[in-house]
Design a protein. Structure first.
Length: 433
């Protein structure tokens, strides 16, 4: 059965200005959901439904299709059913998913649970809707909806079922019969407290940012643990064995000899300034720090590599934002001052002459190229004194598993060597190394 997903993301909003483009933990709100959808192997195609060129530009790195929405449908006057049927009438599928970017914490497993329920041959459901069920002490017309003289235990309260407005899954026949995103026989998918969060007001956006930061901390702790077991030599060998032999960025050296980091890429590209072009475009690069979150690695492709990009002021901005390291495909400056700050910076060297009036910003958080290595935003990047290595997203999980296996084996090999084990025995037990 063919399954497609729609993510509506208009460019304007009233309660939170340009809500979909507002940064949630370093990237636009809608991107959190879009990236999640394209990694769901049970979804055949993902469609971004928008009228906004800015939204489309931010999504240009994502493997999705764009439904160019009629601007007349990009207002609060358009209800969810109108929007949904406009999507359905343009794309043929057996099962349709509509997910809202204002619910950024919905998990892929929850979406799959709904899809699987509708795919069952004997399924009694024609649709699924995400709900949150709670036992609440509700009020009506200024009075409690319970016996105020004998307050009941919460376990004895009636259950209140609330539609989260975040996720809808509908069979083709039900959608076209009812012209709705909820059919006549819906399955109520139970949302976790996190999944039930709906971001529509500034206070809710602030809450979502705090939650996203907490979830990101889990990723940071994992990367810190992996970094402690890792070297560029080991990682290069792993990637070679997996068939990815062009992942080492060459020709750059660290300002701190013992520097070691593992973080996710945030990318910036500078191009040569055109004749007569306003040089002040270079200052747009300063906005890149708004997208940096703790443990990010800043990577810069510079088409004018003999002129310096990144010095003391940029280093302070990077540290304040939480960057763990900086990689520049060219020269930098203020070497002594940056060294004192303790920020690892990899570059081709130093020069006092700045890129200002020679280069301008080409792109932010798009795929760049450093020494022939393609670097996508969000890719893991590792660096130490011997090299810089980029881990492609597509094999990230496989690489991490292999790191733990090899780190464990290397410790065992060292013990066996110290105990006098023959080379033939080592190869038999651990393979070639």
């Amino acid at each position: 059965m063919r399954v497609v997903a729609f993510l509506p993301a208009k460019g304007s909003s009233s309660r939170i200005e340009s809500k979909n483009l507002k940064l949630l933990d370093g990237k636009p709100l809608f991107l959190h959901t879009l990236e999640k959808l394209v990694h769901c192997d049970f979804i055949d195609e993902v469609y971004l439904d928008t009228e906004s060129k800015d939204v489309i530009d931010f999504a240009s790195e994502i493997d999705c299709k764009v439904l160019n929405r009629d601007p007349s449908l990009a207002s609060n006057k358009t209800d969810g059913n109108q929007l949904f049927m406009n999507e359905v009438n343009q794309v043929e599928a057996d099962i349709y998913i509509q997910i809202l970017g204002t619910s950024p914490f919905i998990q892929p497993d929850t979406i799959k649970k709904g899809v699987d329920a509708l795919m069952e041959p004997s399924s009694e459901y024609d649709s699924a809707v995400l709900v949150n069920s709670e036992k609440q002490y509700t009020w009506k017309e200024g009075r409690p909806n319970y016996d105020i003289n004998h307050i009941p235990n919460s376990v004895d309260l009636d259950e209140t079922v609330i539609e989260t407005m975040g996720l809808y899954i509908v069979k083709n026949e039900a959608a076209k019969k009812t012209n709705r995103r909820i059919g006549d026989a819906p399955l109520m998918l139970q949302a976790s407290p996190l999944e039930a969060i709906d971001v529509n007001w500034p206070e809710e956006f602030e809450l979502a940012n705090l939650i996203a930061a907490g979830l990101r901390e889990q990723d940071r702790r994992l990367l810190t643990n992996i970094r402690n077991h890792l070297t560029s030599s080991m990682l290069s060998d792993i990637l070679d064995d997996l068939g990815y032999s062009n992942q080492v960025i060459r020709g750059l050296t660290p300002n701190i000899p013992k520097a070691k980091f593992l973080g996710r890429a945030k990318t910036l590209k500078l191009r040569s300034l055109n004749k007569g072009e306003d040089f002040k475009g270079i200052y747009s690069a300063l906005h890149s720090y708004e997208t940096i979150i703790p443990n990010d690695v800043i990577l810069v492709e510079n088409e004018t590599p003999d002129y310096a990009y990144f010095g003391e002021l940029n280093a302070n901005l990077a540290i304040r934002a939480g960057a763990s390291a900086v990689v520049v495909g060219g020269k930098t400056r203020d070497s002594s001052e940056v060294l004192k700050l303790g920020l690892p910076v990899f570059s081709t060297g130093y020069t006092c002459q700045d890129v200002r009036k020679r280069a301008t910003m080409e792109s932010l958080n798009k795929t760049i190229n450093l020494s022939g290595v393609s670097v996508s935003p969000g890719s893991l990047v590792f660096g130490d004194a011997e090299g810089l290595v980029v881990i492609p997203k597509i094999i990230e999980k496989e690489v991490i598993e292999e790191i733990y296996t090899r780190a464990s084996n290397e410790k065992k090999i060292l013990v066996d060597i110290s105990m006098g084990a023959e080379v033939s025995s080592l190869v038999k037990n651990y393979g070639f190394f």
